[in-house]
Design a protein around this ligand. Structure first.
Ligand code: 13P
Ligand code: ZN
Length: 270
């Protein structure tokens, strides 16, 4: 069977990257059953030939109107689809959608009529916000990283930037590669528009990764690999913290002067 991927090498590359990340999420144990979702704004990878395709679904309301996304194209993990299956068969467990000209619906364009993730309102609202702000970011990832989610069950860590500082201080790379830290969104119903709006409010406070309390994280990046790497880096710090505690001591963490030196030398925000 022919695939839309045959019509654009760039689109094929983007979907292969999604599949690679989906495999990592499963291997890390962050993607139980259908847990987590990925969307990528693929509009720049869409060729004239692809634009002439007819939709394979009726228009479906998004639940929000997003003027910045009119006519934009996305690759989305399917609702209730497993990351481990997305890794092996991306076009059977995800779909290419196009936002209709009223900016309030999507149509499925290819390859199969796979309904997009239930977190589509959050993902698309974030993509619209990114475009509105002139951001080059095109990928968003929601996943359930075990140790970070565990830490969100302690109210102390949910106070402003307590968790960011603790995670940064576990290993220098964390601040170097995730310099904006980890924003916090209090618990809200999964897939709700309220959760989407709260996520944008926290991203707008200058975070690339936000914690959804007792649920997971939501990350944005220039591409899906960068978004994944930031979550992986933060969760690595959470594992170091956990392992030190399991060895029977509270880790010292890097000192304030070591953090400050790192920020100066690598030109990171203080
Ligand atoms: P979907 O299967 O709809 O993507 O939902 C998974 C999830 O993690 C919801 O938060
Ligand atoms: Zn989830």
């Amino acid at each position: 069977m022919s695939s839309i991927l045959d019509k654009s090498p760039r689109l094929k590359y983007e979907v292969e990257q999604v599949a690679e990340v989906a495999g990592y999420l499963w291997e890390k144990g962050w993607a139980e059953r259908n847990g987590g979702n990925i969307t990528v704004n693929i509009t720049d990878a869409v060729t004239d030939e692809i634009r002439e395709l007819s939709s394979i679904s009726a228009p479906v309301p998004i639940g929000v109107t997003l003027p910045e996304l009119c006519g934009c194209w996305f690759f989305c993990k399917g609702n209730n689809r497993r990351m481990r299956d997305l890794a092996r068969w991306p076009m059977d467990n995800g779909s290419v959608i196009r936002i209709t000209d009223d900016c309030a619906h999507y149509e499925i364009m290819a390859d199969n009529p796979v309904k997009p993730t239930s977190e589509l309102p959050s993902h698309l609202s974030v993509h619209a916000w990114l475009l509105r702000n002139g951001s080059p970011y095109r990928a968003s990832l929601h996943t359930h990283p075990i140790q970070l989610v565990a830490m969100s069950h302690n109210a102390e860590y949910l106070k402003n930037d307590v968790l960011s500082r603790l995670l940064w201080s576990m290993i220098p790379e964390t601040k170097a590669f995730c310099p904006r830290g980890l924003g916090i969104v209090p618990y809200m119903l999964p897939s709700s528009v309220e959760l989407a709006n709260a996520t944008i409010d926290v991203l707008a406070d200058d975070y690339d990764v936000v914690m959804w309390e007792k649920h997971g994280v939501f990350a944005v990046g220039p591409d899906i690999m960068e978004a994944f790497d930031m979550v992986d880096t933060l969760n690595k710090s959470a594992i170091i913290f956990r392992d030190a505690m399991a060895m029977g001591f509270v880790p010292d963490g890097m000192s304030d002067s070591q953090m400050s030196e790192l920020s100066t030398v690598f030109r990171l925000p203080k």
